[in-house]
Design a protein around this ligand. Structure first.
Ligand SMILES: Nc1ncnc2c1ncn2[C@@H]1O[C@H](COP(=O)(O)OP(=O)(O)OP(=O)(O)O)[C@@H](O)[C@H]1O
Length: 875
């Protein structure tokens, strides 16, 4: 055991104070000189009489070691003990000196009395007494220091080291050195702060006295004991002397501990005597209040988000039980919608007239395909059908043109026969055409306003405006003293936010002053998009400030009639399968008394029943999203990135376009599934018979082909979609006629046609970018494939949500390469996707069985594609 370098005590070297320990001269122990300035934590060995030192275990003779220790500690540097010196010492009348030393009481300690091997002279002179007193004092001081040391770890270490050394002889000078160093440093550190100045003095005295003592001891021992001739013996003696000190220190410390323990025990058992207070009784103190664990009194979420209205996924009520008019119910019935789906059962009572009607705003979070569209369209239609005058009273905002068309279909279905006028506004139609559809222009008698208008027209003419100016045209067509009047042609407008802003800004007579319903579907996506500041523009248009004249006139009339009118209020409903919990975005909509309605899985319902609100929160919004109960998720590992198109082809042939269930379920994520691999030999046939498409040799039944799945394949971008379509067509020509792409670059009309063809079954494979991931509702879509990994969990939820809608079964396949596996794991293993206890299955696609010819075709296809991209013809 060697001392750590920092623990080593290296006192200033002063001539005449160093003694070398054996042959390890580098590890000298230094004794500070009394004259050395106190710059370090100096080791000041306690003054120990020869008599207090026990016999060393590793020395052959007790006396030898005693002498050695004295010699060691009393040596000058130059005056190393050698035989010469000892000889000289012998020459002195040591016997007399010894007697004198004993008489002077230098050797008087408790230990001396107990352990002394040198008999004491009983006679005490006056001088002796003084010396003894002084010496006793020093002994006391040393005891105190020893206690300090014993209290610390150093003592323990020293003891351990000591025990280790005992009986084994001087095994390791380094060990000794480390102990000495530790002792020195620790002891010095203890003392330094408190007794620096005092010690300085003491050291000086001690140093001097110690020198004297040692000299005397040398002389004394020289008389009685054999000479110590070798350096080794001197070293042994020095080391033993140090251990003696530790032993003693430890004994004293232990004695102190024993005593204090004894005192404590006695104190505890002894009855406490009443202290005399002399009228100074302590004032009564209040009882100590127990510490209560910190619990924040605030919630990070506002209470309406933190405590949603939870709807069970199995809730279902007949539409006839809601306050819906008969013709609306029969409209639904025509579509075989007799029972409301879960979210509809939760939301309709809050929006329709009745005891449960909620008068604030609504935030709806429900999985994809759960029927959110009907949940907001029905109450609007029910209320607006009672209005006589056509005004723009309802606005539905969705993110894409396809969704505008889709929501329009649903609204028309529900409102059939009610007289409610529903229109759309999307960027694909010229603005003027849309304006004419939305607003009709009439005229009304208003001489004053007419005069103002005529003055304005004069001014424009003077400035050189032509007759194409709208105002000049109006003036020429209007009756005298008449002004134009603009009326809305629609009750409900379904639009994208961009087009809505266009109309608010540019369409004359387009007013939102009468809007009662504002619906924002796919709200999280729309609130992410801040183009044209659409939210701000919309909200300002919803609550226009009345002109000063009109306001004061209205106030006068109302005041005369003693009527207080509630300020006009717009009911806001926002919905999504991945509802945002970003409060800043939600706050931008300026909700009034909002409430969150959410579909939750069974665990959340249990949590709600149990009252553990946090569980409910985490499962119902924000952190995690539910996938439809009827969805099966399957992963397909792709071992070589470049082979992905081949995997896609095999997947289509084996699983997706083949009639009937073709894949054998693997254990979840086991990767052990083996699949039947179809012969791809029929690829050369270019007819679009579905069985030929699949490569199956089953009987060619076209009707059966209609029952086969539709496949929606998602790619990362337009380019990837186009590329995949070409590759599939080249690899397996029959696919060409049944495969289409739907990307952002597709024209709206093309996109609509493509979707129709897909719906009808003419197109079996639709390869799309994320444009098709939100809201798209394709009847009987049985398979979704993530050919490229989605960019986010939200995107995954919406993509796979194109299938398994309204409780129908559907499968979502995800191809993942090694590079994509990390992100894929966050989807399969993370907490963001809630699957209600189900897990993702794994299916292995074997492309090794593709023959060389097929691989050759693939290479050829890639080259053709490369040429096409570079404009060299080809595909
Ligand atoms: N009461 C009902 N009974 C049977 N089917 C219904 C009912 N209501 C809606 N559906 C059908 O459910 C499907 C999904 O409806 P919808 O498009 O409104 O879902 P969604 O919740 O808006 O989905 P997403 O979040 O993906 O947009 C549609 O095909 C619709 O026709």
């Amino acid at each position: 055991m060697s001392a750590p370098p920092y623990a080593r005590y290296i006192p200033p070297k002063t001539p005449g104070t160093t003694i070398t320990l054996g042959e390890n001269a580098a590890q000298d122990i230094h004794k500070p000189s009394s004259t050395t300035p106190k710059l370090y934590n100096r080791y000041v060995p306690p003054k120990v009489s020869a008599a207090s030192i026990e016999a060393p275990n590793f020395s052959s003779s007790t006396k030898e070691s005693s002498v050695s220790s004295k010699v060691t500690l009393g040596q000058d540097k130059e005056g190393k003990l050698d035989s010469k010196k000892r000889k000289r010492t012998k020459d002195v009348n040591v016997h007399d000196d010894r007697k004198r030393l004993i008489e002077h009481g230098y050797l008087k300690t408790e230990a001396l009395e107990k352990d002394s091997q040198i008999p004491r002279n009983g006679e005490k002179s006056k001088v002796k007494k003084e010396k003894r007193d002084k010496r006793d004092k020093k002994e006391e001081k040393l005891k105190l220091r020893s206690l300090e040391v014993a209290d610390g770890n150093t003592a323990a270490t020293a003891i351990g080291s000591n025990e280790e050394m005992n009986g084994n002889g001087p095994r390791n000078i380094e060990l000794v050195d480390s102990i000495v160093s530790k002792y020195s440093v620790t002891n010095g550190a203890h003392r330094e702060s408190r007794q620096a100045s005092q010690n300085h003095q003491d050291d000086a005295e001690e140093g001097m006295e110690m020198d004297m003592d040692m000299d005397r001891d040398i002389a004394e021992e020289a008389l009685d004991k054999p000479e110590v001739d070798t350096d080794e013996e001197i070293t042994k003696a020095g080391v033993e002397a140090i251990f003696q000190k530790y032993r003693r220190t430890t004994q004293l410390a232990e004695a102190g501990h024993r005593k204090s323990k004894q005192n404590r025990e006695e104190g505890a058992s002894a009855p406490e005597s009443e202290p005399e207070l002399h009228g100074l009784e302590p004032l009564p103190q209040p009882a100590i209040t127990p510490k209560v664990a910190y619990k924040p009194t605030f919630d990070s979420l506002p209470s309406w988000l933190a405590r949603p209205i939870i709807v069970s996924p199995t809730a279902s009520l007949p539409f006839s039980e809601f306050s819906l008019s008969n013709n609306i119910i029969s409209n639904l019935h025509r579509k075989d919608y007799d029972n409301a789906l879960a979210i509809q059962s939760g939301v309709l009572p809050l929006l329709l007239p009745g005891p449960q009607k909620y008068h604030g705003d609504l935030c709806v979070s429900a999985p994809t395909g759960s029927g959110k569209t009907i949940a907001y369209v029905l109450p609007m239609v029910q209320e607006l059908k009672q209005k006589i005058v056509t005004r723009l009273r309802g606005i539905i905002i969705v993110p894409t043109r396809e969704l505008v068309t889709q929501a329009h279909e649903v609204a028309k279905l529900c409102a059939a026969g009610t007289g409610i006028k529903i229109e759309t506004a999307v960027g694909s139609v010229p603005l003027s055409v849309e304006q004419a559809r939305l607003i009709s222009k009439g005229q009304k008698y208003d001489p004053l306003a007419a005069k103002v208008m005529h003055d304005e027209a004069q001014e424009r003419l003077r400035l050189g405006c032509g007759l194409d100016d709208a105002l000049l045209q109006d003036v020429t067509k209007l009756l005298p003293h008449h002004v134009p009047e603009y009326n809305s042609n629609v009750d409900i407008l379904i639009c994208t936010p961009g087009r809505l802003v266009d109309h608010i800004r540019t369409t004359i007579g387009f007013s939102l002053a009468h809007v009662d319903w504002l619906v924002i579907d796919e709200a999280d996506k729309l609130l992410d998009e801040s183009f044209q500041d659409w939210v701000e523009v919309l909200l300002n248009a919803l609550h226009p400030l009345p002109s000063a004249d009109l306001a004061s006139a209205r106030q006068k009339v109302l005041a005369n009639l003693n009527i207080k009118l509630e300020p006009p209020r717009v009911r806001k409903i926002i919905l999504s399968a991945t509802m945002t919990r970003d409060l800043s975005k939600l706050a931008s909509l300026k909700f009034e008394s909002p409430v969150l309605v959410a579909i939750a899985d069974d665990q959340s319902l249990d949590a709600e029943i149990a009252g553990t609100a946090e569980d409910v929160q985490s499962r119902t919004h924000g952190d995690s999203f539910l996938v439809p109960v009827s969805l099966t998720e399957i992963e397909v590992p792709v071992w070589v990135d470049g082979d992905k198109p081949l995997y896609m082809l095999r997947l289509l042939q084996q699983e997706l376009l083949a009639p009937g269930p073709r894949y054998s379920k693997a254990q979840p994520n086991s990767g052990s599934a083996s699949l039947p691999v179809l012969d791809s030999g029929s690829d050369s046939d270019t007819t679009s018979n579905s069985n030929e498409i699949s490569g199956s040799s089953n009987e060619p039944d076209r009707k059966h082909a209609r029952d086969e799945g539709h496949v929606l394949i998602f790619t990362r971008d337009n380019e990837s979609a186009t590329r995949l379509k070409h590759l599939l067509s080249i690899l397996h020509p029959p696919l060409q006629s049944v495969t289409e792409t739907l990307t952002k670059s597709s024209a709206t009309s093309d996109g609509r046609k493509t979707l129709k063809a897909f719906q009808s079954g003419r197109i079996k494979i639709l390869i799309a970018s994320d444009r098709a991931s939100r809201g798209l509702d394709v009847a009987d879509l049985t398979h979704v494939v993530n050919y490229d990994m989605p960019r986010s969990v939200t995107s995954y939820i919406h993509r796979v949500g194109r299938t398994a809608r309204a409780g129908k079964p559907g499968k979502a396949w995800t191809l993942f390469t090694r590079r994509e596996s990390k992100f894929w794991k966050t989807i399969t293993g993370g907490s963001e996707v809630q699957r209600g206890g189900r897990s993702v299955e794994r299916v292995k696609i074997d492309i090794d069985q593709l023959d060389d010819a097929k691989r050759g075709e693939y290479q050829e296809a890639l080259e053709k594609l490369h040429s096409a991209v570079q404009g060299k013809g080809g595909v």
